[in-house]
Design a protein around this ligand. Structure first.
Ligand SMILES: CC(C)(COP(=O)(O)OP(=O)(O)OC[C@H]1O[C@@H](n2cnc3c(N)ncnc32)[C@H](O)[C@@H]1OP(=O)(O)O)[C@@H](O)C(=O)NCCC(=O)NCCS
Length: 392
């Protein structure tokens, strides 16, 4: 039998200029820039431009992109109607988002294959509107009226303003923006691959986004930041009850979890055998955020819990090279920004839609059908026997 690359692990399926992941050395570059260099300083608009065009924008180009995004944030009336219906049924945010993105076609201009400028407009539309969909839906779920987008605010600031109902302080916006740039792209993740497969058939941008969102919402992909934060809170509570130092309680908790066969959320990665470089960027962002206010001890406690968990993991699973991944500090940053855990994965999508659209543009330019092969392992039959004949 032919050999099968289970889960396509190790198969290089496309060449890309969008991001580079070196799992052995813990390196991630976005459009050629190290993540730790670009994420704390660039705006989301600059990062999207970089992924779409392969270079950073000039100031006038950044302003123009801001303007184009800001004027496309409004949702078609049919999309808002759908979000109301989804809220009545209390559908999960990721399901409402996927369904709503499909309805953006209600006022999308039809794009012919090879029409690069119309495809880019479609990319701008979807990047501009995903935050509006999430914020509108979350407010409807909470029984509150949606907040209209504010064209004066940049992408990250506007998303927060639509969620909160008022503009957020600059340091909160910067922390969210650092997160949005950090996770905007990550090689050929499952959702990115799904987007590329869809558009490789010469399908369209919106279909690719719906495919990507479908792949993204699965628990093996969209992430574990909610549970990672819960874990820190649970260990803190146990330490408060037992009176044990936090590190000791965290070691005990980890040993029990491992003995019960549990996975520790926020640790381990399929690609990285060293510390996920995104964890470092987000840890620094969390430190800056918590220095200025909020739950002052949470950051220090999370550091203590992280160190204790790694100590036990390294001891119990020697040679496995399990390190902290992006989700551990995502949880801390997004919590510090004031988002509920239910918003962590949708906010990840608000960022990643930038990467998906860039990959779609790249795949369209590549114009190669992505169509792997399979090996048949079922039974073989020489003749068809009708059911009535077989019963005689
Ligand atoms: C991300 C993940 C699925 C990658 O796993 P993978 O590369 O497929 O590695 P495997 O699942 O084959 O695990 C290899 C070994 O490490 C252990 N391991 C890996 N991650 C672990 C974790 N977070 N907690 C406990 N053990 C872990 C496995 O139990 C296994 O040990 P064993 O061989 O003794 O049974 C895995 O690390 C995990 O489940 N992490 C927790 C969830 C998480 O944080 N996800 C977000 C990723 S960004």
């Amino acid at each position: 039998m032919e050999s099968i690359a289970r889960g396509l692990a190790g198969v290089v399926a496309v060449a890309t200029r969008i991001s580079h992941v070196d799992g052995a050395h813990g390196v991630l570059t976005l459009g050629g820039y190290p993540v730790e260099e670009i994420a704390p300083r660039a705006t989301y608009e600059e990062a999207v431009f970089l992924l779409w065009h392969g270079r950073l924008p000039r100031p006038d180009e950044a302003d123009e992109l801001h303007h184009r995004l800001a004027t496309r944030r409004w949702l078609p009336a049919g999309t808002v109607t759908l979000l109301h219906a989804a809220a009545v049924r209390r559908l999960p945010i990721m399901d409402a988002l996927r369904m709503a993105v499909d309805t953006l076609q209600l006022d999308d201009v039809p794009v012919g294959h090879g029409d690069a400028s119309a495809t880019l407009s479609s990319a701008i539309d979807v990047v501009a509107r995903v935050p509006t969909i999430v914020a509108t839906y979350v407010r409807l779920l909470a029984g509150r009226p949606p907040v209209a987008p504010d064209a004066r605010l940049r992408h990250a600031a506007n998303y927060l303003a639509m969620l909160r109902g008022e503009p957020a302080p600059a340091e909160i916006v910067r922390a969210l923006e650092t997160y949005l740039v950090t996770v905007i792209d990550h090689g050929l993740s499952a959702s990115t691959f799904a987007a590329r497969v869809v558009v490789s058939t010469r399908s369209d941008m919106l279909s690719a986004m719906v495919g990507a969102l479908g792949a993204f919402k699965g628990p093996l992909h969209g992430g574990a930041p909610g549970p990672a934060l819960e874990m820190v809170f649970r260990i803190r509570e146990r330490a408060a009850r037992s009176g044990c130092p936090l590190a000791e309680e965290a070691r005990r908790w980890t040993a029990e979890a491992l003995a019960g066969g549990e996975r520790l959320m926020g640790f381990g990665h399929r690609v990285y055998s060293v510390r996920d470089p995104r964890a470092e960027v987000l840890a620094a962002a969390a430190a800056r955020l918590f220095e200025r206010g909020g739950d002052a001890t949470l950051h220090a406690d999370a550091r203590t819990v992280e160190a204790a968990i790694l100590e036990v993991l390294h001891h119990r699973k020697p040679g496995r090279r399990i390190e902290t991944n992006v989700e551990f500090y995502t949880a801390l940053v997004l919590h510090g920004v004031g988002l509920e855990p239910g918003l962590f994965t949708p906010t990840f999508a608000v960022s990643r839609v930038g990467g998906w659209t860039a990959h779609v543009l790249e795949q369209i330019a590549e114009d190669t059908l992505l169509r792997p092969s399979s090996t048949y392992v079922g039974e073989m039959h020489d003749h068809y026997i009708p059911a009535e004949a077989a019963a005689v």
